[in-house]
Write a protein that binds this ligand. Structure first.
Ligand code: GRG
Length: 296
């Protein structure tokens, strides 16, 4: 049932979440020194109060597979760095054009557009360096992880998802196209939180893989619902923006009711998979179930 001594590290879910948040933040702090304007802007984006969902999932899946947490630090740091780069570029005027991110001015507002493009580019290199420099794994394992991450975020993964998101602003998209777009632009990076430790532990199986896929797609569906239902103040980013930009996300195209029904079905399936994987008493189960109920 995992190596983490939860009784000594944390008493409840919120302590556990801040334990993982602090852990990845500490890793990032020691890896990124603010020596120049690009590093300074990267620290600005990374230190902003994000939820650290991807590192937390990565640590919990690693623990469930009885991997050591310090072996996962570099993967957690790389994931948060890639995720933050995607937000920095997503906020640019040529993308989703958002002035507010994580409750503070977007990077291009605090600095300028050129700095935001360059900082995002540098964050991608930085993340891959973190994986390749991980002293806890063999060179072969580090190379495999780097290749997996590059495929995940490349032109057949996250970037394609973002390209489809933009393409659908000017044309209709059917249900399977929208679900694929959700999986690519957001889901695949979350799936990586499952697939990376599974690869290291040599423990891949269909149930784990399906769990990662469902959690990833659901995360975007919930994000789309929250965009319609919550205030900008609560989200720390501009809400109601998808309708204004003619986005074809799931609730806009098929309604909030159908989105909630789909999410209920995914949540029930995730719950069953967690039980079949004998994880119902592991904190990963609590964390995943709470992700389905999140309001930020
Ligand atoms: C290469 C120019 C260029 C752009 C790429 C990759 C990319 C732009 C965009 C990725 C798509 C994207 C930003 C999807 C949004 C995913 C999502 C739900 C973000 C919010 O994640 P949270 O809620 O945020 O985990 P925090 O701030 O808590 O970390």
């Amino acid at each position: 049932m995992g190596k983490l001594n939860l009784s000594t590290t944390t008493q409840n879910n919120s302590n556990l979440e801040s334990f993982f948040q602090q852990r990845v933040d500490q890793f990032l702090k020691t890896h990124i020194k603010s020596n120049n304007i690009i590093d300074e802007s990267i620290v600005y984006a990374l230190e902003a109060p994000g939820k650290r969902v991807r590192p937390t999932l990565l640590y919990l899946v690693s623990d469930a597979l009885t991997l050591e947490l310090d072996h996962a630090d570099a993967i957690a740091g790389a994931l948060e760095t890639i995720h933050t780069y995607s937000l920095v570029h997503d906020d640019l005027p040529c993308m989703d054009d958002d002035d507010l991110r994580r409750g503070q001015p977007s990077l291009h507002k605090k600095y300028n557009e050129a700095t935001a493009v360059l900082a995002g580019d540098a964050m991608q290199s930085m993340a891959i360096e973190m994986l390749l420099d991980n002293q806890h794994f063999t060179e072969k394992q580090n190379n495999l992880l780097a290749k997996m991450l590059l495929e995940t975020i490349g032109s057949k993964g996250m970037i394609l998802g973002q390209a489809l998101d933009i393409e659908y602003e000017s044309r209709e998209a059917n249900e399977s196209e929208i679900l694929l777009m959700c999986e690519l632009k957001t889901g695949v990076l979350i799936e990586f939180c499952f697939l990376a430790p599974l690869m290291i532990a040599d423990a891949s199986n269909e149930k784990w893989e399906r769990l990662g896929k469902i959690v990833g797609i659901s995360f975007q569906l919930i994000d789309d619902l929250l965009d319609l239902q919550e205030t900008s103040e609560n989200l720390g980013k501009k809400s109601q923006k998808d309708i204004i930009r003619n986005k074809k996300n799931y609730p806009i195209s098929f309604g909030e009711k159908k989105t909630v029904e789909l999410l209920d079905a995914y949540k029930a399936e995730a719950n069953n998979l967690l039980q079949e994987l004998n994880l119902d008493e592991h904190y990963l189960s609590n964390y995943i179930m709470n992700l389905f109920d999140r309001r930020i």
